[in-house]
Write a protein that binds this ligand. Structure first.
Ligand SMILES: Nc1ncnc2c1ncn2[C@@H]1O[C@H](COP(=O)(O)OP(=O)(O)O)[C@@H](O)[C@H]1O
Ligand SMILES: [Mg+2]
Length: 273
């Protein structure tokens, strides 16, 4: 968005979008949000606050409302009632999906959506300029500043050495990192990440944990994840969703000995999935 004033962090990434007012330390507010599907409350009076620069994990049994919650934040689903604000002033319920994305909310779905016949570099160029401005791979001339932004993202996601490779031949983990890189090209303030380590090797999981931790601080990151080892390795604060509302919130070690949390997971017939 041209009216947004951005500045550069140490690695050359443009991160701050000053029009989002997170002065009170909270970047995302969900308050008393309810979503009903055919009379069933998928989200039931949910209140949740994500701090500016925070890395938050959301866990909860199947059907708890995790995906619906992300759909509400990104504008895919509009709630029946409640308030959803990005910073103090931006009412997300008044915006559609593309407008919310332009405000600086990026979502990574579980399946990577990289463009396989393009190189890593070309995928990042496309993510930066958008399809309309992407005038052809050979003729596209990047400005110095654009090149610096791409280099910074390549470095951040660990793909500098692979920039000339076709995305289609990357390993599964590398594709996921490329997609995170593509989101970063749009300079989001908030990143929503759905099950990032599904199908990854342990080494790829470690690298992903490192990447997400490195994004926190300059971004807020919300991760929905089933893998408890992974959750333990990244998050300070964990929120347990159950039946569309917050059951418990705190450090994972505390939650794992919380009788209510244990009951929900055992009740689902499957401990921590
Ligand atoms: N579009 C929809 N129509 C009807 N019911 C839905 C729809 N989306 C989700 N639900 C229901 O809402 C509840 C929450 O779903 P979801 O957000 O996908 O949970 P989670 O991601 O935590 O597994 C589930 O009971 C699901 O069946
Ligand atoms: Mg889900």
């Amino acid at each position: 968005m041209s009216e947004l004033v951005s500045d550069l962090d140490g690695s050359g990434l443009r991160l701050r979008q000053e029009s989002v007012d997170a002065r009170h330390g909270i970047l995302l507010y969900l308050e008393e949000v309810t979503v009903t599907f055919d009379g069933f409350k998928a989200i039931d009076n949910l209140s949740l606050y994500i701090g500016d620069g925070e890395l938050r994990c959301i866990i909860g049994p199947n059907g708890a409302g995790k995906t619906t919650m992300m759909d509400i934040i990104t504008g895919k689903t509009k709630p029946d009632s409640g308030r959803v604000f990005f910073g103090q002033t931006i009412d997300l319920l008044k915006l559609d999906e593309p407008a919310i994305a332009r405000m600086g909310i990026g979502r990574k779905f579980q399946r990577p959506t990289v463009i396989e016949p393009l190189t890593v570099l070309e995928n990042l160029e496309l993510a930066m300029s958008g399809a309309k401005r992407f005038r052809g791979l050979i003729t596209t001339r990047l400005s110095g500043e654009e090149r610096d932004r791409i280099d910074a993202v390549l470095e951040k996601v660990g793909l500098t050495e692979h920039s000339g490779r076709l995305a289609g031949i990357l390993a599964h983990g590398q594709k996921q990192w490329l997609e995170i890189g593509m989101l970063l090209m749009q300079e989001p303030r908030l990143l929503l990440v759905d099950e990032p380590v599904a199908g990854m090797t342990p080494a790829e999981m470690d690298r992903t944990a490192e990447l997400l931790r490195s994004l926190a601080g300059s971004h807020s990151v919300v991760v929905v994840e089933h893998d408890m080892g992974f959750v333990r390795s990244i998050a300070d604060q964990v929120t347990v969703l159950h039946q569309g509302r917050v059951l418990a919130e705190g450090r994972l070690e505390e939650l794992q000995i919380d009788p209510m949390v244990i009951e929900v997971y055992l009740g689902a017939g499957d401990a921590y999935h």
